[in-house]
Design a protein around this ligand. Sequence first.
Ligand SMILES: [Zn+2]
Length: 702
Amino acid sequence: MNISDKNNNKNVIVFDLSDNSDLGEEGYEIDINKNNVKVTAQKPAGLFYGIQTLLQLLPPEIYSQNSVQHSDVKLTIPCCKITDKPRFPWRGMHLDVSRHFFPAEFIKRYIDLIAMHKMNIFHWHLTDDNGWRIEIKKYPKLTGKSAWRVDREDVPWREVTPPEPGEKATYGGFYTQEEIKEIVQYAAERFITIIPEIEMPGHTSEVFAAYPEFSCKGKDLYVQPGSYWPNVDIFCAGKEETFKFIEDVLLEVIELFPSEYVHIGGDEADKTRWRECNLCQQRIKNERLKDEDELQSYFIKRIEKFLNEHGKKLIGWDEILEGGLAPEATVMSWRGIKGGVEAAQQGHDVIMCPTSFCYFDYYQANPDFEPEAIGGFLTLKKVYSFDPVPEELNKVQKKHILGAQGNVWTEYIPTPEHAEYMALPRMTALAEVVWSHTDAKDWKCFQNRLQVQFKRFDFMNVNYSRGYWKVTIHPIMDSGIYQVELESEQFNIPIYYTLDGSDPTPQSTLYKKPLKITNSTVIKAGLFLDGDIKEYYSEKEILFHIGIGKNAELAIQPSRKYEAHGAMSLVDGLKGSDSYRDGYWLGFEGDDMIFELDLGKEIQISSITASFYQNTGAWIFMPEKVIFEILDAGRNKVERSVLKPESTLEVKGVVIEDISAKFNNETARYIKVHAKNIAKIPGWHEGAGSKAWIFVDEVIVN
Ligand SMILES: [Zn+2]
């Protein structure tokens, strides 16, 4: 397809398909000189990515919907030579359209955004407890009934109550097969493959609102307007009719989506009903399965066989590892990277999307100033720091990591504008994670280029997050020296700070490099634009103590949503604020907090203090008791102290209590703090019987 003409190769853009195999499936070369522009690739996808780069080289106005308005802008492009190809073949973005329904027009816009980021996968989460969103001709009630729920849009997700008797289901929607065909075509024109997700065996209660016969004992089930735990009604694995239904659905899905993969969910399937169901138990017996985990494995393997017979590959969330992985399955690792590592070690392909780097429904900045989100804390910088390939894999296993994707779950995301706000610019950071090789990544450089990306978004009227206008105060340990770093997500905006408790002004000290801190102090720091502080200053008390920066470990890991920086967060000199979601507190759901600190040598100890957080409205309680232990260098117990919090569990609102054990200047090398979780929420509480949370920060050793 060489359209260049030897006699007229001036003022032209030439697109050339060559057989340069170095460029691979998606790579391209660009050669821009004074006379012409040449884009070369081995495959059309490469030419498409070359075009995206050309657009990025042009002024950002090129992204405007209204070219007339910018007719005075000169469309110049710098002379350069570029050879470029992606690091990973799977560069994905996900969108949940069940928790909230997004119109087909927005799906196309989302695809445009994915395409401009040179990403190539759109994972479309089409079914879940809160609404079925894909027309299936054979089962019309899926869209007639399962796509609609009662409208609770005026209430935050975690407070949504179930439908009242006789209440009409008015919130929802679905995509017709005609719309889906059009969207699949639209995506294909942008070299994006759509991976449809049809959830099974769990997250399927919406199906039973229309077809209760495919559950174990489902009667009177409704499409849930919120999330309710435990979520026990799942597909009955004992009935043949269930498999017939799923296969019929999948046949229509396969027909609509040309992708190699079909995602079958597989996550969070509560096995309560399977344990009670005669048919499921009969299946376990007949198939000689060990337990309900193996029944799930049987379920998934059976679906995989069906998909394989129809020329498709199965992909599922990492729970599909439980009870044994289906032979050809690809695993999407979301609960950390452990599932992905395990699958790759077993020779399976893996997509990495751990919550800690890829869940774009988490807060991206201080929750006090952000729209309500599901929880968690995932900054732009953290997304950018992600490397999808775990160190512990060998060379062969590493090849099984196909790439990564960003997941946008929409419990707290009711509108397209809000979805853009949560996805961007974190999608931009992830795009670079999955495209660029690690040695080409540079946060400062990214931040600089991001300023132009923001302009492009402005011309596209994209509602991106404009970044965090507060200074982050965080500790770093650099060759044994404790320092405090002040950072912002803004680019080249000066930070002024004080250490004497006064409010920062443009006359305060300008921040240049990390601060060496040797005493307890208060840091106040703010961003100053044209001499004025932007929005708010940040304030942190540094508690200097002998535990700071020492080797810390946790026997049980905190919840992925509230993991701060792990064990070291407890001895970083910084206490959590009165918001448990501030990224300093560590949260444990149902588990105890068991912390051990190695002081490196024996030191005299006079006291150990640990801070705990309670907010019963958020299901966070004081621990039942806290056990403090100090051990000598030979790990022999020197002393032990068991204390109970003074605050009672019934107190409403936020309580922060320091629990302090006194020691008589005994010498010790190791320190253990074990906070015992009350485990189950007490009977008087709305969450009675569910797992209780404990939140802890800073273990102060003196
Ligand atoms: Zn059953």
